[in-house]
Design a protein around this ligand. Structure first.
Ligand code: F6R
Length: 614
């Protein structure tokens, strides 16, 4: 999703802005642009469709002087991806330029009103409407830029993170946010802006996370000010960020996605560190200590999430229901927020999100909060909007996930859900001690078993070319492995653009079986568990129709090789933790198929890492 960068200080802004845009590339975008107030006082805006490299090429013979500027990567919402629609946008006089993340929902109304007053528009975007509105009220009411921004934001319905510069006042940037993240970095005689801290951490670790509905007045030589749209001064809350730059570089891997797949054993150790004691006998979550009463009082748990995080939620449901005996529902946040759901103060709502910025998940949280539910967040991005909107929660601590297709966040989420279910079950006494002990010990062994599972990489790399011809693939699993099938199919779709469907294996005969022929690869997760024999029957149903089966099995399996074309063998674990192991070969499979097809694995088309619009 769109990315914002800004700089004001004593250094050249352009290289800082471009480096910042590259840091934000992982969010997904289709065009990029910069605006700088040059040494001669001009406000220069340069934009290009496609990658940031296209922008730098375009700028190669342009005036990129100046020590103040704003820059943007755009992911189209209103208007096609093009240089014309890319940000920054000028105001009519070319005195102002704006960058914006989010969506102005009433932009059409405002646009018509401005057009009636003679304002002409150069783009199809909602963003240009905002900058034209700011300029219109500035001129009409003789207001300062800050006052005009306050008035304009009052009229706007929607979500935004914005930054505006005015060439007549080159010592100032005004920024604001509502439901879209914005971070200000504070350096020595300089300030930085970012959609997250990644474009900032090269220069300073002192940041201010702007709160919803607040405006930042960033003026060179003065302390930054934060105020509400109404102009009430807010206390400046400066935080220290702790992101290791090495964490967001590729570390020798060809793609971030592959690096992140291979990082998973270490990530899960980080996720469990301090939560499972060194003896491996006990799980403690600080949220469980601080909010014991609220969590134990849950009569029902509702999980809200999107995409991969929703798949993790489906595994969480099974863990929570079987261990804690609390009814648990899993909802797409985008559906939940609009369907007038029944939520009560006896509900605990668990919001799962890697980015912590997903607009639908945030809206679902607000709705559940209004109806009195207690909200628990499971997020990765520290300091992002969802952890700040929840009552409590647990970070998954898997480090920045740069590849657009989520991998390590998924296993991190499942690990936190496992720990949460164990904590709750222990407190509620719905799990007997022996099983509890066995599960905690087994959870601590998962990183080592993941290492073993990662050894399938070479085999999968060899297999991958066979599947590049496929136009459709089917993924089958049951029980805990059904969400793994969904997740495997999603990974393939996202990065290889092959259509894939995940299905509960037994449901196949109620429809999808009609699709099966020798052209359709079928991936079956057939690890040894309660439903193993039944999954074998499902494999036979596929084989009987000429289907080509690749089975993910447990080591020592001797039966399935009789029916499958290819076997991928994994270490054994408890049924409930199988998703943590079984998702690895499916992540690798999607990765290698996409690489074979020459696709841009880390930045698949049309996708954004952080979906900050609904
Ligand atoms: C899939 C993927 C998406 C996200 C979804 C939710 O690989 O990355 O489906 O899982 O957009 O994002 P978060 O977890 O950031 O709320």
């Amino acid at each position: 999703m769109c990315g914002i960068v800004g700089y004001i200080g004593t250094k050249r802004a352009y290289p800082i802005l471009i480096k910042g845009l590259k840091r934000l590339e992982y969010r997904g975008y289709d065009s990029a642009g910069v605006a700088m107030i040059s040494d001669s006082g001009e406000l220069n805006v340069y934009k290009a469709k496609g990658k940031v490299d296209n922008l730098t090429e375009y700028c190669s013979d342009k005036d990129v002087s100046g020590c103040v500027g704003i820059a943007h990567t755009r992911w189209a919402t209103h208007g096609e991806p093009s240089a014309r629609n890319a940000h920054p946008h000028y105001s009519r006089s070319h005195n102002l330029a704006i960058i914006h993340n989010g969506i102005i929902e009433n932009y059409a109304d405002i646009k018509t009103k401005l057009q009636d007053k003679g304002v002409e528009f150069k783009s199809d975007t909602d963003t240009e409407v905002l900058v034209q509105l700011v300029e219109y009220v500035m001129v009409k009411k003789n207001l300062s830029l800050l006052e005009a921004v306050q008035v304009a934001l009052h009229q706007v319905i929607g979500a935004y993170a914005i930054a505006i510069v005015d060439k007549r006042d080159p010592r100032q940037i005004i920024a604001a946010r509502k439901q879209s993240p914005l971070v200000v970095g504070i350096g020595q005689d300089e300030f930085f802006l970012g959609s997250d801290a990644s474009p900032i951490i090269d220069y300073t670790d002192k940041v201010v996370y702007l709160e919803d509905g607040n405006i930042a007045v960033i003026r060179l030589g003065e302390e930054m000010r934060v105020m509400s749209i109404l102009g009430e001064e807010q206390e400046l809350q400066v935080k220290t960020v702790d992101i290791d730059l090495g964490q967001i570089e590729k570390g020798g891997y060809e793609h971030f996605m592959l690096k992140e797949i291979f990082e998973q054993p270490e990530c899960l150790m980080n996720c469990m560190r301090g939560r499972i004691n060194v003896e491996g006998t006990h799980v403690t979550l600080s949220a469980m200590i601080d909010y014991r009463q609220q969590l134990l009082g849950a009569k029902r748990i509702v999980i809200v999430a999107c995409g991969t995080s929703w798949h993790a939620g489906l595994i969480g449901k099974q863990l929570i229901e079987s261990l804690c005996r609390i009814p648990c529902e899993v909802e797409y946040a985008s559906e939940f927020r609009y369907r007038n759901p029944v939520v009560t103060k006896d509900d605990v709502v668990i919001a799962i999100s890697q980015s912590g910025e997903t607009a639908d998940t945030l809206a679902a949280i607000q709705l559940a909060k209004q109806q009195g539910a207690f909200i628990f967040g499971i997020c990765n991005a520290i300091g992002s909007s969802i952890p700040r909107a929840t009552d409590t929660g647990t970070y998954i601590h898997v480090g920045p996930e740069i590849g657009v297709a989520s991998t390590k966040a998924f296993t991190g989420q499942v690990t936190v859900l496992s720990m949460l279910a164990l904590c709750l079950a222990k407190e509620r006494q719905t799990v007997d001690d022996a099983l509890y002990q066995q599960m905690v010990v087994e959870l601590t062994r998962i990183p080592e078993k993941m290492q073993q599972a990662l050894k399938t990489n070479e085999q999968i790399e060899r297999l991958a070319p066979i599947f590049t011809y496929a136009r459709n693939c089917l993924y089958l699993g049951r029980g805990y492995n059904y969400p793994v099938a969904l997740e495997g199919a999603l990974k393939l779709k996202e990065i290889s653009y092959i259509h894939a469907e995940g299905y509960p294996a037994a449901e196949m005969k109620h429809g999808p079986i009609a699709l099966i022929d020798s052209e359709m690869p079928v991936f079956v997760i057939a690890t040894r568990d309660r439903l193993y024999e039944k999954v074998i029957s499902n494999i036979q149903e596929v084989r009987a129709r000429g289907g080509r089966v690749t089975a993910i099995v447990t080591e020592g399996d001797t039966q399935i090789q009789k029916f499958a074309d290819h076997i991928i063998t994994l270490p054994d674990t408890l049924e409930c933790f199988q998703p943590l192991i079984a998702s690895i070969p499916l992540q690798l499979l999607a990765y290698h198929i996409a690489v074979c097809k020459g696709k841009d694995v880390d930045r698949p088309r049309n996708l954004a890492k952080s979906v900050t619009v609904e």
